[in-house]
Design a protein around this ligand. Sequence first.
Ligand SMILES: [Zn+2]
Length: 317
Amino acid sequence: MRMGLYYPFEWQLNQWERLLSRYRQGLMPHAVLISGPEFVGKENFSLALAQTILCVSSELKVGDKCGQCKGCMLSATGNHPDFVLIKPEDENKAIKISQIRATSSFVFQSAQQGGWRVIMVCPVEKMSTDAKVALLKILEEPQGKIVFVLVSHELGRVPSTIVSRCHKITLPLPPENKVLEWLLKGPYDKNKIKKSLELANGRPLLAEKYLTGSMINQREEFNAVLDSLWSGQVSPIEAAQKCHQKKTLDLIDWYRFRVHSMAKEQLDGVICPQIFFFYDKLNNARNWLIESNPNPKLLWEELFFDWVTLSKKIHNR
Ligand SMILES: [Zn+2]
């Protein structure tokens, strides 16, 4: 667990209250599946939930943990012995079966602090096939006071056998005014906030990432690479050289966003089906990237080559 105590975001309070009221009534499900688009705060919600479950104060404060008991202190250090967080060891890799197996001993031992234990998997769709089977086996035999918190950015990729064993909570894209209000509490300029929110398609934590880091610049640089390919100023091989060491998944997402906007514009005029085929190809490339470990340079060369072909088709119309 990362350090510090976590609380749900304002746009998550309905889902939070409903789940907590189950917990207070002793009806905590043994597995919770939290799904929704990326960057809306699912991980934050899950950590807040884990910490609330691990709070050992006899009086659970209205809606939340006490922040003072031994459980809360351990949570705040990021090192609670009754909490396990399973993530891909490397961003572009799958969660391995060995990581799931390692929790078996944790599942069968008793809690060190005498209360609940929590196992969080994030994101659950990034498990390898055999890791999914191993997790399913554990979920099929619920053990005492143990809660699984599964986080998913893409619910369609989670096996239905796992989904059906979980209590489902959806955290959708929050209303824009709530996100705006939240971002305005930070030290940012209102115009910048609006631009970031637009680039992030309304996803609050991505907008925040754009505001705090150099991502806006990186995105503009990537768009410039696409422009120069489109106008024939650079070759796909030269462009791939510029991109292969950057974060492929971010770049693919920006690329998808750009082609998606092109497709939307097309819908108002004459439709060029190649744009839709190319959009599909980017989606497949994204899945491929998540599931296997392709050579980024080759991937970029191919995607840029198709991009140049697309530009020629559109120019010749
Ligand atoms: Zn506490």
